[in-house]
Write a protein that binds this ligand. Sequence first.
Ligand code: PA5
Length: 347
Amino acid sequence: MATLDAEGMLGILDRFGSDCAAAIRCADSVAPLPMSTPVDQIVACGMGGSAMGGEILRRFSRSPTEVHRSGRLPSQTSDRTLLVAISYSGNTTETLSALEQALETQARFLCVSSGGRLAELARERGLPLVVVPSGYPPRAALPYLGLGPLAVLGRSGLVSMPERWEEVFQGIAEDGRRLGADVPTKDNSAKQIAIALNGRVPVVIGVAGTTDLAALRWKTQINENAKQPAFCSVIPELLHNEILAWDEERSRRHLCAVVLRSQDDTEADASRAAYVSRLLREKRVPVIEVDAPGTSPHERVLRLLYLGDFVSVYLALSRRVDPTPVLGIDAMKRSLGYVGRETPDVP
Ligand code: PA5
C-alpha cells in the first residue's frame, strides 16, 4: 500500500482528527464578523473539494444557505448576505469570478484559502480570511475548509456548534485507530466496504438535510481518489424518479448501492431509506447500509465523511491506483487557463 500511495494520502487521513482540532483553533485568529446588520442568507462559493467546506456550513447553518458552484454572481445578494469564498489554492476561476462580482454589491464576506489570488484579494480589500495550511491536495484539506469557517460563523451564532468538540475529536480518533491501514480487513469496515465496491459502480444514497453531504463526498472522493465512476442521490427525491431506473436489469447488475443513515433522519426518512434498501435487495442489487456513528450531529457528519475518505483510498489501492494525483483536473485547469494550481506537496 505504501508503494502505491506514493504521495501519502493515508498519512493525511491519519491526521484527520488533529486537522479538525487545528482547524477550529486556526479560526481564533479571525476577528468576529461584524453583526450590526443581521445575516439572513449565507452563500458559500467554491468548487470541488473546496465546495465541500461550504456543504459543512450548509449542514449546520441557522439561515438559508446555498453552496454556489458557478462563476456567476449569486442571486439576490444584499447587505444581509454573508458570502463565504472558499478556494484551497485561491486560484479557482469560478470562485474568484463570483467573489469579484459580489464585491460590487452590499454583501459581507469571509474568505478561506491557503494562498493564491483569493488570499491576496482578501488582504487588499481588508476581508476576513481563514488561512488554511498549504501542502495538501485540496480535497484532503476538508477539515480546514469546513471547520475553519464553521468556527468563525459559530462565534457569531450563525451556525450550530457541538457542545463539546473534545467528544467529537475522540470519536474521530477512535475511527482513525479502527480504520487505519495497519488494521486487517477482517476488523476494518472501510476495507470491507472498499472490497464490496470493487468492480462495481457505487451509487451512494444520502438523506436530504442529514447524510446528503456525505453521499456527495463519498461520490467525489471515489471519483478523485479511485479515479472511477460513482454517483450519489438523495432520499426522498430519488423515490420520485430514480427508483424506476433500477428496474433496468442490464445496468443495475454493475451497480452497488451504499445507503447512508443517521439518527438525525426523521422517522419518515428512515422508513424511506429502509424502503429503498428493501427494494434494491429485491432486485438483487448489493446494498451496503452504513449508520453514522457518534453522539452529536457534528460527530455523525464528520465520522461519516472520514469513513468515506478511507473507503475511497482503499478502493483506489485495491485497484492499484495512486489516490493523490488528479492529472485530469490539472490538465483541465491548464487547458482552460485557470490562474494556476499549487502542486500538492504532501507533508
Ligand atoms: O480536489 C480537487 O483538486 C478539486 O476538486 C479542487 O478542489 C477544485 O478544482 C477547486 O480547486 P480549489 O479547491 O483549489 O479551489
